[in-house]
Design a protein around this ligand. Structure first.
Ligand code: IFM
Length: 399
């Protein structure tokens, strides 16, 4: 093993955020409506997003931090409900606001990876049947085309949809997220629709510009306990890994210029139950296993498309693991590059503490702490200084 890993000169060192989780006051989408509904017999969400981090107004301050900490890229999303508040209305004021935001990022040397759909949809879209409506794909295609027309001069890459499978499972299988349905068949149908939506949006964007288009795919790595593995667990892990990546990705090949990988954790199976070690876990109980990232990157090599890690991070309120986490994950990245994986960038989730969906604000994913008691003050955590050094040196040291 080498004692340091150097990254290609063009490597992107970034952070990631998403509109509804940071902007605040996204009042016209399905999440907001549900959060604010205070339905008494619903367990979730723990709290509403309200002003979130007020990123919609404070983006310059946040991009200043990105620059100060040597990052050269940011992944963010636009809020569909702001851009298209009604089916037949595009809001030029909101579009211009985003343009100003993108300019501010570029002026600070940040390349922009722009996500078009990150879990939330306009209320009018939800009311027509959301992602299981017949014309959902056509509607999304039109929105993607408008985004390409308006934003292609400002952004470096488009990500059509964030974590389609997670969305389908949360919203349509376990019903935790709006539209809170529990129907596995519908969930499967929505997954197919999201694949179709990606393909269609890809074509629409390409009629406007040459900007690379990809999608962000969450992949959990399924593994077995090396000391107690049995045939059934090995077969189950293989099958789950197939469902997680190849099943979804194979139909997208040819309509993808790069693959965005969101990796958080590994699940170890023992007699078909999850049996993870508990030595290295985040505040959310997710087992941190950099080896899983290495395995996934090797597996994705066969698709022969550039890969960006579009999310990777942990909830860690006291910042006790984040530096180790970063080092371990980045070593896995360095090793993957050495072995021929075409990995071109890393976006840490997240730039700042934000609204973690049905969990509310307690999980702290940020390189920057948001002090909710003091006017949402931004306070970079110690681990951000470590990441800044890596970004500056383009190298991660092993030790
Ligand atoms: O906060 C989320 C993000 O919106 C999508 N990927 C996983 C993150 C952490 O749970």
């Amino acid at each position: 093993m080498s004692d340091q890993y150097s990254f290609p000169d063009s490597f992107l060192w970034g952070t990631a955020i998403a509109a509804h989780q940071v902007e605040g006051n996204n009042k016209n989408n399905d999440w907001w409506r549900w959060e604010q509904s205070k339905t008494p017999d619903r367990k979730y969400p723990l709290e509403p997003s309200n002003e979130a981090c007020d990123f919609y107004n404070r983006y310059e301050e946040d991009f200043d931090i990105c620059q100060e900490f040597n990052t050269n890229a940011i992944r963010l999303s636009v809020e569909w409900a702001r851009i298209q508040p009604k089916i037949d209305v595009y809001d030029q004021t909101a579009i211009d606001h985003y343009k100003k935001m993108f300019m501010a990022a570029r002026e600070r040397g940040l390349q922009i990876f722009l996500t078009l759909h990150h879990f939330t949809s306009p209320v009018w879209f939800a009311d027509r049947g959301g992602w299981h409506a017949r014309d959902a794909v056509a509607i999304f295609r039109q929105y993607a085309q408008v985004c390409a027309e308006e934003f292609s001069d400002y952004v470096d890459a488009f990500i059509t949809i964030n974590e389609p499978q997670v969305y389908a499972l949360k919203s349509y299988t376990d019903g935790t997220w709006p539209p809170n349905l529990r129907n596995p068949w519908l969930s499967y149908y929505v997954q197919i629709n999201l694949m179709r939506a990606h393909r269609s949006a890809y074509d629409a964007i390409k009629t406007i510009c040459d900007t690379p288009v990809g999608l962000a795919k969450n992949i959990v790595w399924y593994d077995t306990n090396p000391f107690a593995s049995n045939l059934i667990d090995r077969a189950a892990a293989r099958f789950l890994n197939y469902l997680n990546d190849d099943f979804f990705l194979l139909p997208l090949m040819g309509k993808i210029d790069f693959l965005g990988l969101n990796y958080y954790f590994t699940q170890r199976l023992h007699y078909l139950r999850i049996d993870n070690p508990n030595d290295y876990v985040s505040d959310m109980g997710w087992w941190i296993n950099p080896g899983g990232l290495g395995e996934i990157l090797q597996k994705l090599k066969k698709y022969k498309v550039p890969i960006y890690i579009t999310e990777n991070g942990l909830a860690d309120a006291t910042d006790r693991y984040r530096e180790h986490f970063l080092r371990d994950m980045l070593i896995a990245c360095g090793q993957a590059i050495l072995s021929g994986v075409d990995l071109r960038g890393y976006f840490h989730w997240s730039l700042m503490d934000n609204y973690e969906w049905h969990e509310g604000f307690w999980p702290r994913f940020g390189l920057v702490e948001i002090d909710r008691e003091h006017n949402l003050a931004r306070k970079p955590r110690q681990s951000f200084y470590y990441y800044a050094k890596v970004c500056q040196n383009n190298t991660v040291e092993v030790n």
